[in-house]
Design a binder for this molecule. Structure first.
Ligand SMILES: [Zn+2]
Ligand SMILES: [Zn+2]
Length: 400
């Protein structure tokens, strides 16, 4: 089986690269992936797979049935594999033949590579269907980059039911890992993401007469400092947590104190209980400080993605299978990462493993991070992306 998968991945590699280039040249923003969805549906139909279209509007679900021991139904296991399809509002700065043809929109997070790889998986597993038992569910989801996250909508539309997968795998390109390598991490891996919006109100006026005013700049400054102490004093020390404010607008001038200050920030952690407790404390503290200083604070929290946990046992299994496919020297450990990823929604419901596919090639200058205008991948990773995921899926179906 391993050799068959490897040789098919090699055979289809050039096609997978073409698919990725087509997607890269025609990016669509989150929840607007209409042409992408049509393209994916056409590709699946050409392979001989009829997908369910229009899931969460622009998502698709396709089933590949193993046909080994056909009729005996000795395995009813289901494994789900996920790719995201959306691009970002970034103007591409690369000069490549497959450069984005859409002004201001770019596949700068590698979702083109994820979609192309999963289409490669579909082809490989469809061809090898009589060599494995069970069901592989292919999930092509919209809107990873934008709240509320396409994954949450796909789950709401029943993607994890009928049939229900025993496990789910997702892969993501990694510009910090050399091409040819793959990275895993057991347990908590990526952070929950919540957005914080504060409006601190006081009473503005001439800066020479602060005694007649309620200074929202000073109140907001106290709030910023105090909120950081929630992270250092209340967060469980073993629980990674980040609080960052990137926007603090006090639109006065040297001699005018404004009426209000607006603040925006992000709160990230890896513990759902602490996540709720932390937010509750922040709102209470900010409102309390503003009130004590004679002003007010309107504090809005926009709840984002949960934290992403890789099921330890599943991850150990999958990692061992990756060693068989890639060689131990090409399987690396991942560090915790405080970025968010909507695959986390699946990981809260079904045993999941989200791993990373090395796409870096320093010799060719492919080093830019995701979400930058110069992001690109070494496309040699696509053969691994399709082959390894196919291998992991059939191995997972084979476990008792
Ligand atoms: Zn991204
Ligand atoms: Zn991404």
């Amino acid at each position: 089986m391993l050799d068959s998968i490897k040789s098919l991945a090699r055979q289809y590699a050039a096609d997978i690269v073409q698919t990725r280039r087509h997607l890269h040249a025609h990016p669509e923003l989150s929840f607007q992936e209409h042409n992408t969805a049509r393209f994916v549906a056409d590709q699946l139909k050409a392979i001989g797979i009829t997908p369910q279209e229009g899931v969460a509007d622009t998502g698709l679900v396709a089933i590949v049935e193993g046909r080994k021991n056909n009729g005996s139904s000795s395995s009813s296991k289901v494994v789900a594999l996920r790719a995201d399809m959306d691009a970002l509002p970034i103007h591409e700065a690369n000069n490549v033949s497959y450069k984005s043809t859409v002004e201001g929109v770019m596949h700068a997070c590698g979702h083109d590579a994820h979609t192309a790889s999963l289409l490669g998986v579909a082809r490989i597993l469809h061809v090898l269907g009589d060599q494995f038992e069970g069901t592989v569910k292919l999930v092509f989801q919209p809107g990873e980059e934008k709240a509320p996250g396409g994954a949450s909508l796909m789950i709401r539309e029943g993607v994890l039911e009928n049939p229900t997968p025993i496990s789910m795998l997702g892969q993501h390109v990694a510009p910090n890992i050399p091409v040819g390598k793959i990275g895993f991490r057991e347990g908590m891996y990526m952070a929950s993401t919540d957005e914080l919006y504060l409006t601190v109100r006081g009473k503005g006026g001439h800066a020479a007469m602060p005694d007649n005013l309620v200074d929202p700049v000073l109140i907001a400054s106290h709030i910023i400092v105090a909120l950081q102490q929630i992270i250092s004093r209340n967060c469980p020390p073993a629980s990674p947590s980040v609080l960052s404010f990137g926007r603090f607008i006090a639109d006065g001038v040297t001699n005018v104190i404004p009426n209000e200050v607006t603040i925006q920030g992000t709160f990230r952690c890896m513990n759902e209980e602490w996540r709720e407790e932390g937010k509750r404390r922040m709102v209470k503290l900010a409102e309390g400080i503003a009130e004590a200083m004679g002003g007010s604070c309107e504090f809005t929290v926009v709840h984002g993605y949960p934290f992403l946990k890789n099921h330890p046992e599943l991850t150990r299994r999958v990692r061992a299978q990756a060693v068989d496919y890639m060689g131990a020297e090409n399987v690396v450990d991942l560090d915790l990462w405080m970025a968010g990823e909507d695959f986390a929604f699946y990981s809260q419901v079904v045993d999941s493993c989200f791993y990373r596919l090395g796409t870096r090639n320093e010799a060719r200058g492919i080093i830019s991070g995701v979400h930058t205008p110069t992001f690109d991948i070494d496309e040699a990773a696509l053969e691994t992306g399709a082959g390894l995921m196919s291998w992991l899926a059939v191995q997972e179906l084979g476990i008792m």
